[in-house]
Every structure is written in C-alpha cells, then in structure tokens.
Design a protein around this ligand. Structure first.
Ligand code: G3P
Ligand code: CA
Length: 251
C-alpha cells in the first residue's frame, strides 16, 4: 500500500513515533506501531536487542521487568520465554494480548507503510548484532529505514555493513556537541539526534553546517514541536505523534 506519509516535502518536520505511539499504547508493541501509522507519523522508532538464543527482539529496557509481566534480562531469556510474556497489561488491561515483537515481524508488517527508525539498544551487550540487523535489512527492499544508536563504534560498523542506509548518532551528552565530535560523526552519519535537554538553535545550525540532519527526542515529556519547527529541526522523535502535524499547521 502506498503511504501518504512519503508524499511529504522537505519543508515538513519529520514525525517520528517514539517506541510507536507510546503515549497511547504499550511502547515497542505492534499496537503502538499501528497506532503511529493511524496517527500519520512518518516513522516508527523502535529498540532492538537480542534474546538468549539469538532472536532480534524489540524491547527498550535491558530487563523485561517494567514493560511485561515477567522478570529478568532480555539477553538471559530465550525467545520462547519472551514470547510467553504479556507486554501490554502494564499500560492498560485492554492491551493484554500484546507480545514482544521481533525485528523481522515489524519489518514484514510495516515495510512500505511507514518509515522505520531502528535503534540498536546497548549493542555492546550483543557482539555481532550489527551483522544480524544488516541481514534482516538486506532480505527486504526497504526504502525508508534509518539505524541509530548511542554507541558510536557500533554505528560505524553498521555504516560499513550497509553504506546506503542512513545512520543516526544519539546523545544526551553536551560533550558530543563539540565541533570535533560533530565532524567525526558527519564522516559516517546522516543524523545527529540529541536529547531535547541539550538542544539549542546553535546546535541545530552546527549539525546542519556539518551536513547532517537533526531529530531531537525528549523521552516521556512532550516536545514543543512548534519550537522545533521554527528552529529548523528536521524531525521530532515523540511519544505523541498525533500532536506534531497539528502544531505545524496551526503555528
Ligand atoms: O530515538 C531516541 C530515543 O529513543 C533515545 O532514547 O532511551 O528512548 O531509547 P531511548
Ligand atoms: Ca530508542
């Protein structure tokens, strides 16, 4: 199905649903990703980790404790064990049937419908995860996919494996905003995605001057999308994708 999301122009703030439309549905589940699609987001953002037996799964925390009815580290649970967990009830009873999705399931379900921003979460815990992600991407014809991480060396590796897939560097650290760091990131990255806490108009200018794009994020807080729009951010990574389009047309 051709999506109207891809018909948007460069002048528009790219609307990226953080862990799906996670303000309204349990983060990193199919329900949250479908909700983002319904809300006309341009991309879904998701966090990839790996089960004990090597399956790429979508989960933000290193443990399953907060967002499922189970406990333990993602990397110490098998895929079968992860599949038995309820990943929705913690948010609301009506989501009790939500399971932890795999990367492969999400790519199959959403390719061609919405862009996919894949974060490698703590890739240092999963040696070789970059190659496994590259295999999943190469299996499919994906037009709108971006890979990002806080782990810089992992992203350099990812760029070598998939030179045609845009790479993003995530940071919440002021240290990464010095001109040398920005130049180093620009050698292989297309996006520099900082926490909203360290965002300034000067940083946006600096990132653009280095030839990269910038899509700030703010965790659970609402981002003032009108500010981002006026200060020329390229995108916004938000739990409230329904608010972004409204802000742009009303300011
Ligand atoms: O996409 C940006 C954001 O996801 C980074 O922080 O902790 O939500 O993965 P976190
Ligand atoms: Ca993330």
């Amino acid at each position: 199905i051709a999506s109207s999301a891809f018909a948007r122009t460069e002048e528009k703030l790219t609307n990226i649903a953080h862990r799906g439309a996670s303000a309204y549905a349990p983060e990193n589940t199919m329900a949250a990703f479908h909700q983002a699609l319904e809300m006309n987001a341009d991309y879904i953002e998701l966090d990839v980790q790996q089960s004990k037996d090597g399956v790429l799964v979508i989960m933000h925390d290193r443990t399953v404790d907060r967002t499922t009815n189970g406990s333990g580290r993602v990397r110490e649970l098998t895929y079968a064990e992860l599949q038995r967990l309820d990943a929705g009830s913690w948010k609301e009873d009506s989501f009790a049937n939500e399971k932890i999705p795999t990367l492969s399931q999400v790519l199959d379900e959403f390719q061609g419908k919405i862009g996919i921003l894949i974060e490698l979460k703590a890739p240092e815990l999963y040696p070789g995860i970059e190659k496994k992600v590259a295999i999943e991407i190469n299996k499919r014809k994906l037009d709108h996919v971006i890979i990002q991480s806080f782990n810089v060396s992992s992203m350099k590796k990812m760029h070598e494996l998939l030179p045609n897939v845009p790479i993003g560097i995530l940071t919440s650290s002021q240290r990464d905003t010095n001109p040398n760091s920005i130049q180093q990131f620009a050698a292989f990255a297309t996006y520099f995605n900082p926490s909203y806490d360290i965002l300034t108009p000067a940083l946006i200018h600096q990132v653009h001057s280095a030839g990269m794009k910038i899509s700030p994020w703010s965790g659970t807080k609402r981002l003032p999308a009108s500010f981002l729009w006026k200060t020329k951010s390229d995108g916004v990574i938000t739990n409230y994708p329904d608010e972004v389009n409204w802000v742009q047309t009303s300011t």
